[in-house]
Design a protein around this ligand. Sequence first.
Ligand code: ZN
Length: 150
Amino acid sequence: MPDLRELYQEVILDHNRRPRNYHEIAGATRKSEGFNPLCGDRLTLYVALDGEVIREASFVGSGCAISKASASLLTEAVKGKTLAQAHEMLERFHHMVTLAPDKTEDFSDLGKLAVLAGVREFPVRVKCASLAWHTLKAALDVPGEAVTTE
Ligand code: ZN
């Protein structure tokens, strides 16, 4: 069995190379832009809502492997979720990446998103991993608002 870290690394590299849902959504219900000045990551997130349900989520942008992989994983994770579920996931993800490195907690409930747990050991990388989530929050809370993670 491969080392867990290697496996995580592999998932991140894969999503960076072949980002999922990497396109604009024509007629998106929500759209938000995010920028992480520390690293230069930029992305635009699109969400198509069907009532309270996220029917589609996608993104375009440029940035480091962590920011792209995180955005890619996010679009996969929130698809089909309700707004309440997406907010819950958002908070859980934030908790995961900001948990003190000396603490351990099981994040298997986050599924594939758990591959990003390792960023909490690198404070600068936390901004990269969180960018898509801050942008999602802005898209869901206030349509059309641009966010900067600081
Ligand atoms: Zn970055």
